[in-house]
Design a binder for this molecule. Structure first.
Ligand code: URA
Length: 248
């Protein structure tokens, strides 16, 4: 196992790992000498996803039935206590929009305004997101769905922890399976790295079409970051134009 792979697994609190005996020797060595340092080897990807599943089972996260309906999924999210975040928030924030949208925007997690209203991106960052949507002739709720990596507000607006992300990700995965968007736009580093399952800088992830289990995914800046660093808005505009091109 190379150092990066080990780092990824450690970060996810999944290391050391049990290696399956039936894996071929090459695969169990995991990616030695891989030239692309951004891409974990297929063996690591398989082990990571297997280990995430094992961890989710150990944490008591109900594995979702692949044919889970919107109603069941909303109920499961509302009743979820799989991680510590639920105890500290007012309500879960499921997601909002057109359930058959071609565009899915994914943020990090609810802030104070979202926690109070039960809807993603309704504060200052949400206003900017609405403006970003308008700039490419989109509107919240019309061919657009907005969701977050975690459904409960992390205290003091801290980033969600790896175990909280692991606990919540199956819900987003099921939302994606139901929506079947044509494109996922990951807003910020937490959303991008959680969905892609690997650490990387936001800059290195921009301008490329990534793959999320068969759905194209592109990465741009989080609107809250753009509020703090308005000079980066030009780059976000480039990303949005890039996203529009992918939809043609
Ligand atoms: N930031 C996010 O990532 N999501 C929200 O819903 C609000 C702010």
């Amino acid at each position: 196992m190379n150092l990066r792979d080990e780092e990824i697994l450690r970060e996810l609190k999944l290391y050391p790992l049990w290696v399956r005996r039936d894996l071929p020797v090459e695969a169990s060595r995991m990616g030695g000498g891989a030239a692309d340092t951004h891409q974990e080897s297929p063996a690591v990807a398989e082990l990571v996803s297997g280990a995430v599943e094992a961890q989710q089972t150990a944490m008591g996260i109900a594995s979702l039935n692949p044919s889970c309906s919107w109603l069941e999924l909303k109920q499961k999210v509302r009743d979820c206590t799989a991680c510590q975040l639920r105890a500290g928030c007012t309500q879960t924030v499921f997601g909002v929009g057109d359930e058959k949208a071609e565009w899915l925007f994914v943020g990090e997690g609810p802030g104070a305004d979202e926690d109070a209203r039960g809807e993603p991106f309704v504060g200052q960052a949400g206003k900017l997101l609405d403006n970003m949507l308008a700039a490419i002739k989109l509107k919240r709720g019309a061919n657009v769905y907005i969701a977050n990596i975690v459904k409960c507000r992390p205290p003091d607006n801290r980033n969600p922890e790896a175990d909280e992300i692991a606990a919540c990700l199956p819900y987003l995965q099921q939302q994606i399976a139901l929506i079947k968007p044509k494109l996922i736009v990951a807003l910020g580093k937490v959303a991008a790295t959680s969905l892609l399952g690997r650490d990387a800088t936001l800059g290195s992830l921009r301008g490329t079409v990534h793959d999320f289990h068969g759905t194209p995914l592109i990465v741009t800046y989080h609107p809250a970051y753009l509020l703090r660093s308005p000079a980066e808005k030009a780059k976000a505009w480039q990303d949005l134009c890039f996203a529009v091109q992918q939809m043609k």
